[in-house]
Design a protein around this ligand. Structure first.
Ligand SMILES: NC(=[NH2+])NCCC[C@H](N)C(=O)O
Length: 407
């Protein structure tokens, strides 16, 4: 299967991109948690077991699982020039700007990480000063730095493959991220979509070089004509405008309407997919926090290539009913209990990954919500979640579908 095809949130899932959490999680410390967007330090071994269970559950349901680290390794494996270009870019974006340090780091990676996959994983893990074989006695900077200091930061959020890029129909959007720590994650997507034989040639609708931020957790494919995007902590309205221009101008895209949902700017609601996900033709899981009046902007193709914007003051149910084209049912996280709703939403109770209409992958810990979904006729693929959930993302955040069957 080459290229991408994602024209809904629910069409039978055929291929998905994941990242198995790796040593980057070992470089999280209490001091860096906030900056690196974690709330606690996961126990890596268990996080990996949980993640393997997630991947296996998807395979058991007929999904091909491909790993970001393998795609990236395949991209640079037999191309020395590309490998070298990647290393240089990675060092530069890790905030290392002197020739001296570029040289030290480049030589270190080439000598210790000749294998492409080992190199890719190392760039995800980060590098500490004491790994490098350098004479630390003659420069003031080197003398005052602690040997355990990270010269290049880890990228612990990589297992949330939903965010750095997103599939829209047969195209992809490669993102500029909200945070410094996550911005480097999109380097991998850029190399893969420019060079990997399975993905190159995919239309790119947004570039990581754009000025405004947007993240994949905010991008939901409602159907082949309608795309929903959250205006959130992570996604700026200007980015949605830019994206609308480029999608509407591409003849290959069938999207003619973009709905921009204005959601509260808070960590609990960081992306649109933390407050609602589609689980069946006519069903969504939602966080009760977005019930009530809601402002949505409808962007459509206007005259002379301009984007037309229309403000809709309505509520979620009416808006979804209109654009999905049939009455929808909103199933509340926490089953109507306010405390359960907040607790389980914090652990991604409404962040489900739909495998096919009516069948969804959920975190085990959200038992109030899961029980409610089950009673409403959903088929649940339940995965363990004690450690993975410490990064604040659920099954949807941890997966980027590359192929869904059309409905
Ligand atoms: N699509 C999502 N909801 N992703 C969740 C990402 C969580 C991650 N720790 C972050 O703050 O970026």
């Amino acid at each position: 299967m080459t290229g991408v095809n994602v024209k809904s949130e629910i069409g039978p899932l055929k291929k998905v991109i994941l990242h198995r959490p790796g040593n980057e999680l070992l470089n999280l410390t209490p001091d860096t948690l906030e900056r690196l967007l974690f709330d606690d330090i996961p126990f890596l071994e268990i996080a990996q077991q949980e993640h393997d269970a997630f991947a296996q559950a998807l395979r058991d349901n007929g999904v091909e699982v491909v790993y970001l680290e393998d795609l990236m390794a395949e991209t640079i494996r037999d191309n020395a020039a590309l490998r070298s270009q990647f290393i240089e870019q990675w060092i530069e974006e890790a905030n290392v700007h002197t020739d001296k340090w570029h040289k030290i780091l480049h030589e270190y990676l080439d000598s210790e990480y000749a294998d492409a996959k080992a190199l890719v994983e190392k760039t995800m893990t980060g590098i500490t000063l004491d790994e490098l074989d350098i004479d630390r006695t003659n420069s003031l900077v080197d003398l005052v730095s602690s040997p355990t200091e990270m010269v290049c930061d880890p990228m612990p959020n990589l297992y949330f493959t939903r965010d750095p890029f997103a599939m829209v129909g047969n195209g992809v959007t490669i993102h500029r991220m909200y945070s410094v720590t996550r911005n480097r994650e999109t380097i991998y997507g850029q190399y893969i979509f420019d060079n990997h034989p399975d993905f190159k040639g995919t239309p790119q609708y947004y570039s990581r070089k754009e000025a405004f931020h947007i993240e994949g957790g905010d991008v939901l494919n409602i159907n082949d004509h309608v795309l929903a995007i959250g205006i959130s902590q992570r996604t700026e309205p200007d980015a949605i405008d830019t994206l609308a221009q480029s999608i509407f101008h591409d003849e290959r895209s069938s999207i003619d309407t973009i709905l921009a949902f204005d959601i509260p700017n808070s960590r609990a609601f960081m992306h649109l997919d933390t407050v609602f996900t589609q689980i069946d033709h006519d069903k969504f899981t939602i966080h009760p926090g977005i019930l009530g009046p809601l402002t949505v902007f409808e962007l459509t193709k206007g005259a002379e290539g301009k984007v037309k914007v229309n403000r809709l003051d309505s509520d979620l149910e009416s808006i979804l009913t209109k654009y999905v084209g049939q009455p929808v049912q909103l199933l509340q996280c926490g089953a109507g209990d306010r405390i359960a709703a907040e607790r389980e939403q914090w652990n991604d109770g409404s962040n489900t990954l739909c495998i096919e209409p009516g069948k969804i992958c959920v975190y085990q810990r959200n038992n109030v919500t899961n029980d409610f979904l089950y009673k409403n006729g959903l088929e649940l693929v339940v995965i363990p979640s004690c450690e993975l959930s410490r990064g604040r993302g659920g099954p949807r955040c941890m997966s980027m579908p590359a192929w869904r069957e059309d409905l």
